[in-house]
Design a protein around this ligand. Structure first.
Ligand code: SF4
Ligand code: SF4
Length: 422
């Protein structure tokens, strides 16, 4: 039985790797250390990489292939390794080339207009948090009471779920994606989830899923910045983990804080929203009480279900389990195959999210009763299949992007009121 491995260096995550620009010092250094990853990562870069997502599909794969950097030749590569001035020139030129390309981007205006402010807004929250210093006086409230207050505050700021875990070294990155070492000086992590709208996720893999996920990142950043501000007002330092900067890998952290269990899909599956959530965390030394992980029987359920794997267009999630971890069965997840689909669709796909019965809603009574009871699990699966077939899917464009509707104002307000009553 193996221990589940947690990636401890953010530079190893696929997102961090795909941000590397061919020919730069960072690129060469990384693949010098990890030559086994270069070929597959280069292939993703060559078919558009993160640019396809960043432009919501405004660029075709062929356009990107034409315009993006060609891999540097062997002589240049060697010179870059040994001569710092050559290295700097290559880095400068590559960065310029990328910004020229970005300037020429066409965009898919409706989606892009709705997303344009997301990154900037998340950065603004992070910057406001950086500027804020803890109050001089530290409040002294018993950890049990303080934990309840912190959870209440998180929900007040917009979190759908929240839990607390003690920080262990294996739950922290050693380095961030930009190479900065991470200081491991916090004792607790408050981990929270924000819900993504089901009606947008159920349009996966259409463009609307990008609206759901980007909005989720903004919501998570807002909740974290406000929670961090609250804890600083109590006199304690914090580290905000939102899209700008991560000190910790969020999925294992959320699992230990009891938000849900990691499913066959490789992501956290919560009882309340399935994997239809985005995560965030605030690290702190404010004395708190940690929650226990929650085992509601998901691993056994995933063994019977497998809907995420059978629906996955990239065959990224294994159909058969490949072993046993100490905390449950092991299925493999192939991040390269998954990213290939993201690039092809120019969205973050999300079919596995829409496929999960817990995403669509399972009653609290059935969830409470299902552990070690395969009969109840089969009932849940049968009901899910009657309601959603192989998977939930809404073909029709969402009102929020359907600007050609004759009455645009009422279409948008309908969308908003549907949201409120959902
Ligand atoms: S996001 Fe799409 S390609 Fe990736 S694992 Fe889920 S279903 Fe498969
Ligand atoms: S779709 Fe089924 S197998 Fe996949 S994570 Fe959800 S419950 Fe588990």
């Amino acid at each position: 039985m193996s221990k589940r491995t947690i990636s401890c260096d953010e530079r190893d995550t696929l997102f961090a790797r795909l941000r590397l620009i061919a020919g730069t010092r960072e690129y060469l250094e990384y693949y010098h250390r990890h030559p086994e990853r270069q070929e597959a990562d280069d292939a993703l870069r060559e078919c558009g990489g993160l640019a396809r997502l960043g432009t919501a599909g405004g660029w075709t794969i062929d356009q990107i292939k034409e315009m993006t950097a060609r891999p540097t030749g062997r002589i240049i590569t060697t010179l870059v390794r040994v001569l710092p001035p050559v290295r700097d020139t290559v880095s400068r030129r590559a960065a310029k080339r990328i910004s020229r390309i970005t300037d020429r981007l066409p965009i898919e205006p409706r989606i892009q207009a709705l997303l344009d402010d997301s990154t900037r807004t998340i950065e603004d929250y992070a910057e406001a948090d950086r500027r804020r210093t803890p109050a001089a006086h530290q409040v002294d409230i018993p950890p049990g009471r303080m934990s309840a207050v912190v959870k209440e505050a998180s929900k007040f700021y917009g979190a759908s779920l929240v839990g607390i875990t003690r920080m262990e070294n294996d739950l922290s990155y050693t380095h961030r994606s930009n190479g900065e070492p991470v200081s491991r000086s916090f004792a607790y992590s408050i981990v929270y989830a924000v819900e993504m709208p089901r009606e947008l996720i159920n349009r996966a893999p259409h463009r609307e899923t990008l609206l759901a996920t980007c909005n989720g990142y903004v919501d998570a950043a807002r909740v974290g910045a406000r929670l961090s501000g609250f804890i600083k007002s109590l006199g304690y330092k914090t580290s905000l983990n939102s899209m700008v900067k991560y000190d910790v890998p969020l999925v294992p952290l959320a699992e230990r804080a009891g938000l849900g269990q990691r499913g066959r899909c490789h992501f956290i599956v919560t009882k309340e929203y399935g994997n239809r959530v985005r995560l965030g965390a605030v690290l702190t030394n404010l004395p708190l009480e940690a929650d226990d992980p929650s085992d509601f029987g998901l691993h056994e359920f995933c063994r019977l279900c497998g809907k995420c794997a059978t629906n996955c267009p990239g065959k990224a999630i294994s159909l058969e389990r490949t072993g046993q971890h100490e905390d449950g069965p092991a299925w493999t997840f192939d991040e390269i195959r998954c990213m290939r689909m993201w690039i092809e669709y120019a969205t973050d796909c999300a079919i596995c999210i829409a496929s999960c019965p817990f995403t669509q809603g399972v009653s609290a009574e059935q969830i409470a009763a299902m552990k070690n009871r395969p009969g109840i699990m089969k009932d849940i699966l049968r009901e899910d299949r009657v309601r959603h077939g192989d998977r939930a899917f809404i073909q029709k464009e969402a009102p929020i992007v359907n600007w050609t509707a004759s009455n645009r104002t009422s279409s948008l307000s309908n969308h908003l009121s549907n949201d409120q009553t959902d």
